[in-house]
Design a protein around this ligand. Structure first.
Ligand code: T3D
Length: 263
């Protein structure tokens, strides 16, 4: 059994989680899934953790499913639905539901589920040398880990179809130009930029940011009427946080706010 499959670096107000199977370009096997979900739960349980950075060790971010670790009994077809239900779907749901911003620092190739797990994060930064590949079509598979949901929303129907059906790599700067990611940055600046953003978020009204995540996700399927109702409800919650009171007080005191980040 491999050890330290996810490295956790605890910083002031945030954590950096590093996928750590560099010789496999951080492809997911069952042990890496278990380590990552445990690291996410640990981060959520730590009340001082207000942001996460997710990145990869070595030259890749994540090459998706480890193709050597596909469970199948001899003579039987592999149960890929089972892998998704056990591992990828809970991971994507967890990333979306975490009550804090998650920054993907895509340091190299992000293929298959590796690309879509990056898209499940709230802010995607990528090194200019990184590329995103919807590798599934080359294997006769379907974009998973939310790919068939994220792609059309990020890049529109025509590009989503092209990317999913052709499985061609998209370079980081093209991904930024198409609105797939937040920003492509020089390779040498990637981690510094991720830390700068994380340090910023670590001082922000975390509970309010979590409500923003919730509102934006719900908007994908809500009507305007439903979304207006949801905004009413979430704004009520936001208005009851100490951070809202602090922000207003700081505005009138003409000083920077000191947010505690809690609901
Ligand atoms: O359960 C299920 O299966 C359903 C879920 C599916 C989710 C998915 O993610 S399906 C998509 C799976 N991923 C892929 O198809 C990507 C496969 N990898 C590649 O196409 C290429 O490796 C890359 C384009 C990502 C990078 O190419 P390159 O030339 O930079 O690196 P490389 O030489 O191909 O890879 C380096 C090593 O990593 C190599 O091992 P070696 O030869 O040095 O011993 C390669 O075999 C290994 N590696 C890369 N990707 C995977 C992998 N090993 C296992 N699984 C991988 N996905």
């Amino acid at each position: 059994m491999e050890t330290d499959l996810v490295l956790t670096d605890i910083r002031d107000g945030y954590r950096v989680l590093t996928l750590n199977r560099p010789d496999r370009l951080n492809a997911f096997n069952a042990d890496l899934h278990a380590a990552l979900i445990a690291a996410l739960h640990a981060a959520e349980a730590d009340t001082s953790c207000r942001v996460l950075i997710l990145t990869g060790a070595g030259r890749g971010f994540c090459a998706g499913q480890d193709l050597a670790d596909v469970a199948a009994s001899p003579g039987e077809a592999p149960d890929l639905s089972g892998t998704l239900a056990r591992h990828y779907n809970p991971l994507v749901r967890k990333l979306r539901a975490l009550p804090m911003p998650v920054i993907a620092a895509v340091n190299g190739v992000a293929a298959g589920a590796g690309a879509n797990i990056a898209f499940a994060c709230d802010i995607v930064l990528a090194a200019k040398s990184a590329k995103f590949i919807q590798a599934f079509a080359k294997l006769g598979l379907v974009p998973d880990s939310g790919g068939s949901w994220f792609l059309p929303r990020l890049v529109g129907a025509a590009r989503a179809r092209g990317l999913a059906l052709l499985a061609e790599p998209v370079a980081a700067e093209q991904a930024e130009a198409w609105g797939m990611i937040w920003r492509a940055v020089d390779d040498a600046a990637l981690l510094a930029e991720a830390h700068r953003l994380a340090a910023h978020f670590a001082t922000q009204p975390t509970a309010g940011l979590a409500l923003i995540k919730q509102a934006l996700d719900a908007s994908e399927s809500n009507s305007l009427d439903q979304q207006l109702d949801l905004e009413c409800e979430l704004q009520g919650q936001a208005g009851r946080t100490a951070d809202y009171g602090e922000a207003v007080a700081a505005f009138f005191d003409k000083r920077p706010p000191r947010f505690i980040g809690r609901p």
